[in-house]
Structures are given as structure tokens and as C-alpha cells.
Design a protein around this ligand. Structure first.
Ligand SMILES: Cc1cc2nc3c(=O)[nH]c(=O)nc-3n(C[C@H](O)[C@H](O)[C@H](O)COP(=O)(O)OP(=O)(O)OC[C@H]3O[C@@H](n4cnc5c(N)ncnc54)[C@H](O)[C@@H]3O)c2cc1C
Length: 446
């Protein structure tokens, strides 16, 4: 490693999704040298591989801004590298080569399951994996999602509606019912995400469901009109549904098991009907012991995601645990990793974005969280005796990473030029390579 030193402290940001990129921007603006490590070849996280593909303007606007962040002289991109206990590099190794602090912005990479019998049957899928497939995240493009015509989606959030939107664009005759364990006032989606499928809603079915749920909703002071308002607003521009998709919603049902046919494919799902109860400010569902078996050929779980335990930091409720007694709180929020049992050196590790609150909010919230997290990192750095650091490129070299594998900013520019060229040639709004191999061939020529 070079003996050269600088007074600009060196910080590793791990994960180049929205949170990581905005954290890098914030730190770089305050004179910090930032190395942004990313698992994927491309930066952007869910802005690249989650946001619905037809939202071109939003996605491309975000990605253009992220490109500008990566061009800041204080920011150094190292892609196609997994950081963590079981990854290509550990936090200890990063400490050894001179990093002074860590901002972990790895998002929520693992699916949530309920542990029900039949989750392993053919035709039972995770919504996020279908999202990654249609957004061409390498690895998921190789999975064959055999989606049938009679589908139950578990969960009533925005991701459920993105799945409905995707199914609508396939223009196949299908009936899809989204199931909520609680009542209509507790749905987690917004009108903007409902709009693209609002023309395909089976309003008679949904109305009957709402009327059935109404007494339970009233018993916990839930106002079902909130749900009707979202529906009506989303339907303002709706025309007739020409795609063959029928969208239904059912309430007060919790899935209990899936039943398979002789070939191992799901053929039915068993729900338990629920009542509602209030615990403090929260409305909770409780099983009634009354069951209902619904014939289906596909079940899609859309109940959120959680952080990846293999990273090696402690987890609680699906997110990395932060200190209940932070040294550097920002607006009373703790960004400091906390692990009294396992971690003797946690004081230099910070988390933000979906790594801190799995599945919580949109890009705007990830940005705010990352900027606040960066403030906590700055407050920590201010307590160090010496801020003297090695230059970022010297630290990266000292890691001894495989040059044939690692992706730097110039590689991404080469890849983008080729993707743009193909898009133009084929008259597409956007073209994306579907595998790491195809991307590496363009970048490294092998
Ligand atoms: C299906 C879906 C649709 C959405 N649609 C919208 C929308 O329309 N509008 C909107 O504003 N928001 C939308 N969101 C929310 C938005 O995508 C998130 O708020 C935001 O992406 C969270 O940012 P993040 O950086 O915390 O996590 P992520 O975006 O998940 O980024 C995490 C990054 O960390 C990297 N990483 C993971 N593990 C490691 C590791 N061990 N080492 C190195 N790197 C690692 C990943 O490769 C990734 O680049 C959507 C989310 C989903 C799931």
C-alpha cells in the first residue's frame, strides 16, 4: 500500500441503491472520500431492478442523478463485489486497509415467508422474485415463473399492484385475488399504483367483500370509506379493461396452507377467516377457526422482504438492529449498529435505508434516511483522534480484488453506451442485458 496519506477520511458505503448513493453524495459533499461497494454490476438497487419498468421517466431520472453522484471526484465505485461475513470482503478487511467508518445500505434482500405447509410447491412464488425477473436482475431472469390463470396474491401493498400491472401487460385471461388479513381500511397501497389496473377491478366482488368486512372494521373504528375513496380516485381515468385480467380483493383472511396436486403443483389454498381487534393504536387480526379452501393454480406471496442475515450483523424484525442508546442520534433516530453479544467493534458501523427499516417507504424516504445517517457518520468521525487516511484508490488496491471481476465507473460507462446503442438500433426506450456474463463480455471482452 502507498505511504501517501490525506486528511480526508475514508468511509465505505456498502450497497449502491438509492440509500447508498445519497449517503455517498452527502458524505462526499462534506469532504469525505467514499468507496461505494455494490453486489450488482450496475448501481441503483431497486431503482434499477424494482421500480416498474414503464415508469421510464422516474427511473431514468433517478439513474441519471445517480450517475452524477458517481462522477463526483470523492466517490469511487467498486461493483460486482459482495461485502459481508460470507462475501468477497469482510468489514474487518476493510478496516485493515484503512476505512474509518461504514455505512451499510444493503437494502432488504431476503424474502419473507410465513412458514406454511406447501410453500415449496410448484406455482408458489415470491412477488419480489417476479419483480426482479421482469426488471432483468441477473439470476432471476433464469427462473421459469409458470404463472397460471387463477392466482391468489397474499398481501395488499404497492408491490402486489405492480404484480397485477405486470400480469395485465401479459394480456392473458386471468383472475387474480389479493388477500388481506385485516380490513379494507388497512390496505397499504396508494391510488397512483392502483391506477394502471383500476380498469380491471371486479367492483361487484370487491363491494361484497367490503360489506362483509364492514361490521368488523367498524368494531375497531376503521372507516371503509377511506378504501372506497382510493378506489374511486384511481378509477377516474379508468376505461374498459381489454387485457383479460380480472382483479379482486378479499379481506379478513390469513393463509394457513397450500394443497398440491399429484404432480406437486399448488391446486388450492386454505384461508382462516379473521376478526379484528385493537391493541393500543394497532389493529390486529385474530383467527376465528373458520376455514375456507380456494382452488388456485398459483400463489404469490407479497408480504415484504427482510435483510440478509449472512451479512453478519444482528437482526430484529427483519432489519439490522440499531442501538437503543445511540451516541450520535439524528432527530432522535439511531443509525448505529448494535450487538452487545457478538460485536466488539460496532461503533464504526452505521445503517440506513431499507437495511435499517426493511420495506419501509419509497426512494424519497431512503434519501432522507441516508442523509440523516450520513450526519451520524460525520458526528462519529469528529470524535476520532486522527482523521488521516490513505487515498481511496490505494485502499481499493490493497484489497487485492480480482480485476477481471471488479466493475469500476469507466466499465459502467462502456456498458451504458452499448445498451444505449442496442436500444436505439431496436427502437426501444431502454435495453438491458439479462445476465452478468453478457454484461462482462461487453465490459471486459471475456
Ligand atoms: C417492487 C418495488 C417497486 C417499487 N417502486 C417504487 C416506485 O415506483 N417509486 C419509489 O419511489 N420507490 C419504489 N420502491 C421503493 C424503493 O425502491 C426503495 O425505497 C429503495 O430502493 C430503497 O433503497 P435502499 O438503497 O435502501 O435499498 P436497495 O434499493 O435494495 O439497494 C440495496 C443495494 O445494496 C446492494 N447490496 C446488497 N447486499 C450487498 C452486499 N452484501 N454487499 C454489497 N452490496 C450489496 C444491492 O446490490 C443494491 O444495489 C419500490 C420497491 C419495490 C420492491
Amino acid at each position: 500500500m502507498s505511504d501517501e496519506k490525506t486528511m480526508s477520511p475514508l468511509v465505505a458505503v456498502i450497497g449502491a441503491g438509492p440509500a447508498g448513493l445519497y449517503a455517498a453524495q452527502s458524505l462526499a459533499r462534506q469532504g469525505i472520500q467514499v468507496v461505494l461497494f455494490n453486489r450488482d454490476i450496475k448501481f441503483g438497487g431497486l431503482a434499477e431492478y424494482g421500480i416498474f419498468p414503464t415508469k421510464h421517466k422516474m427511473r431514468l431520472g433517478l439513474l441519471a442523478h445517480f450517475s452524477r453522484i458517481l462522477k463526483m471526484p470523492q466517490v469511487h465505485y467498486v461493483g460486482n463485489v459482495l461485502v459481508g461475513k460470507t462475501g468477497d470482503i469482510t468489514l474487518d478487511k476493510l478496516r485493515q486497509v484503512g476505512f474509518k467508518a461504514f455505512m451499510v445500505t444493503t437494502g432488504a434482500q431476503k424474502n419473507k415467508w410465513l412458514g406454511l405447509p406447501g410453500e415449496d410447491l410448484d406455482g408458489v412464488y415470491q412477488a419480489h422474485e417476479i419483480v426482479f425477473d421482469y426488471n432483468l436482475l441477473p439470476k432471476y431472469t433464469r427462473i421459469n415463473f409458470d404463472i397460471g390463470r387463477n392466482i391468489a396474491v397474499i398481501g395488499v401493498g404497492n408491490v402486489m399492484l405492480d404484480i397485477m400491472h405486470y400480469l395485465k401487460l401479459e394480456e392473458i385471461e386471468r383472475e387474480v385475488t389479493a388477500y388481506a388479513r385485516r380490513g379494507p381500511a388497512e390496505v397499504k397501497f396508494d391510488k397512483e399504483t392502483l391506477e394502471p389496473v383500476a380498469d380491471c377491478l371486479d367492483l361487484d366482488f370487491i363491494k361484497r367483500e367490503v360489506e362483509t368486512a364492514q361490521p368488523q372494521a367498524a368494531s375497531v373504528d376503521d372507516d371503509v370509506n377511506i378504501f372506497y375513496e382510493i378506489l374511486e380516485k384511481a378509477r377516474e381515468k379508468a376505461e374498459d379493461c381489454h387485457s383479460g385480467l380480472t382483479v379482486r380483493m378479499a379481506f379478513l383472511r390469513s393463509p394457513r396452507r397450500m394443497i398440491g396436486d399429484k404432480g406437486g403443483r399448488v391446486k388450492a389454498i386454505v384461508f382462516e377467516k379473521n376478526t379484528l381487534d385493537k391493541q393500543g393504536d394497532s389493529v390486529i387480526s385474530q383467527g376465528t377457526g373458520e376455514f375456507e379452501t380456494v382452488p388456485v393454480d398459483t400463489v404469490i406471496f407479497s408480504i415484504g422482504s427482510q435483510v440478509d442475515a449472512s451479512f453478519g450483523l444482528p437482526i430484529n424484525h427483519g432489519s439490522f438492529v440499531t442501538s437503543p442508546d445511540p451516541r450520535f442520534p439524528v432527530e432522535e433516530i439511531s443509525y448505529e449498529v448494535y450487538n452487545p453479544d457478538l460485536c466488539t467493534q460496532c461503533e464504526d458501523i452505521f445503517v440506513s435505508g431499507w437495511a435499517r427499516q426493511a420495506g419501509e417507504g419509497v426512494v424519497g424516504l431512503a434519501r432522507k434516511d441516508a442523509e440523516m445517517g450520513a450526519k451520524a457518520v460525520m458526528a462519529y468521525l469528529a470524535t476520532l483522534d486522527s482523521l488521516e487516511s490513505v487515498p481511496a484508490e490505494a485502499a481499493i488496491n490493497a484489497l487485492g480484488l480480482d480485476e477481471q471481476k471488479v466493475i469500476r465507473l469507466a466499465d459502467l460507462q462502456k456498458l451504458k453506451e452499448e445498451e444505449n446503442r442496442i436500444a436505439e438500433q431496436r427502437g426501444l426506450a431502454e435495453f438491458k442485458f439479462e445476465s452478468n456474463e453478457a454484461m462482462m463480455k461487453v465490459i471486459k471482452g471475456n
